[in-house]
Design a protein around this ligand. Structure first.
Ligand code: EZ4
Ligand code: CO
Length: 410
């Protein structure tokens, strides 16, 4: 029998090396440390308090080996189920316990999840521009780095600042939607202009970069079902890898209309966090890729359940991987990506160099793919002394308003 790994300490670490991250650190009696990511962009302190005030006391004295039991305990005994705050909290605990188990086994986590099913996880990078010239430079930069899949976002003429368009600083894509200030920045939105313009961007991209490169686009929850159907249809000639979050999808039935009208592959779910959020989308095969993340959907245990269910319907994974998933969450995602059979693609939005001063990672990029590395556990170390130099800084995502001032989905 395995001897228990009794949980002795649970620490919630909030730091802001370039942006805010919430990290859970679980330590056993024998001094084995496991890390988990609970970063919830713009609501970091809500998650930190839930962990510190309501979960940490429950964990002390438990056996860290009992991952499933602890997951069920936190899910069922809270009484108040699901939702991003609760599921990010459960996710952080789950990740930390998997990290401990794999460190004790002396193996990289993917080995405990069934071993590698592939050489590495295909990733997609971001490219953006204020116009097509800038977008072209941005795409060329990503391809030169070895990327084979690229998400394109571009400013729409006449619309001003908008989602996904970063500053072109020396060719490096530097988009961070959350502004480090106490108030949201406001952006404009005009669906009609966007729908008229976007197909011409992809027509240009295919003419410029050829048929091989995998191209993606994120509509970021802005469209109605009929608008989404039209966009999907208009983009069909340009063979997108996927169209992401075309509608808010809070009413999953609305995807039936989109699906009936277009064969452009659909990816949905970065704001979703439970099996229940995905049930209808998966059962009716209304999507092609599940966009949830390890960090926001109950950890490796929670997300693997959703992916396994999706696999029965030939739906693949497409994990959310923005900078607001910490390097700990990114590492956890990569171990799962490597192990599951129905892996699709992994989003990879590189962290700013400052984040690397706090989080030491072992994942590596090669030929358009990421590999989690072979260090025991998740393969991430947290430098608390370095973190002390970067205290929490309030930062909020933008708000979107229509031309007449009406608040719209951001
Ligand atoms: O806006 O993670 O596909 N990626 C995205 C992200 C989200 C942020 C929100 O916190 O849509 O950039
Ligand atoms: Co998105």
């Amino acid at each position: 029998m395995t001897s228990p790994a009794t949980i002795r300490a649970v620490d919630v670490l909030v730091a802001s090396p370039s942006r805010n991250f919430v990290t859970l650190r679980v330590t056993t009696d024998d001094g084995v440390v496991g890390l988990g990511d609970a970063t919830l962009n713009g609501r970091e302190l809500a998650v930190a308090s839930y962990l510190r005030d309501h979960v940490a006391p429950l964990l002390i004295g438990l056996d860290a080996h009992r991952i499933e039991d602890t997951w069920q305990l936190l899910y069922r005994s809270a009484y108040w189920r699901r939702g991003p705050v609760t599921m990010s909290v459960i996710a952080a605990v789950d990740m930390a316990l998997w990290d401990i188990k794999a460190r004790l086994a002396g193996m990289p986590l993917y080995q405990l999840l069934g071993g590698a099913s592939r050489e590495g996880a295909l990733v997609y990078a971001h490219a953006s521009g204020a116009d097509l010239d800038e977008l072209g430079d941005s795409i060329r930069g990503r391809l030169a780095e070895g990327h084979r899949a690229v998400r394109l976002q571009v400013a729409v003429p006449g619309m001003g600042a908008m989602y996904g368009v970063g500053a072109a600083t020396a060719g490096r894509y530097a988009y961070e939607p959350a502004k480090r200030a106490g108030l949201s920045v406001e952006e404009g939105w005009d669906s009609a202009r966007y729908l008229r313009y976007l197909p011409s961007v992809f027509e240009w991209a295919r003419a410029e970069f050829g048929a091989e490169v995998m191209l993606l686009h994120d509509a970021h929850h802005r469209l109605t079902p009929i608008q989404a159907a039209r966009l999907g249809r208009d983009l069909e000639p340009y063979d997108l890898f996927w169209l992401e979050d075309c509608t808010p999808a809070e009413n999953p039935e609305s995807l039936r209309l989109v699906r009936r009208n277009t064969v452009t592959p659909l990816a949905i779910g970065e704001v979703m966090n439970s099996m229940e959020d995905f049930r209808l989308l998966i059962q009716e095969q209304l999507i092609d890729y599940v966009r949830a993340s390890v960090t926001h959907a109950g950890g490796i245990t929670g997300l693997r359940r959703i992916f396994d269910f999706a696999a029965q319907y030939q739906i693949k994974s497409g994990s959310h991987g923005p900078t607001d998933i910490s390097p700990v969450g990114m590492a956890a995602a990569l171990h799962l990506d490597l192990a599951i059979h129905n892996f699709g693609i992994q989003e990879y939005m590189e962290h700013q160099p400052l984040a690397g001063e706090v989080f030491r990672t072992s994942y590596r990029f090669e030929r358009g793919m990421l590999h989690p590395g072979d260090a025991p556990g998740l393969g991430v170390e947290y430098d608390e002394a370095a973190a002390a130099r970067f205290p929490y800084t309030p930062a909020y995502l933008p708000a979107a308003r229509l031309v007449d001032g009406t608040v719209h989905d951001w």
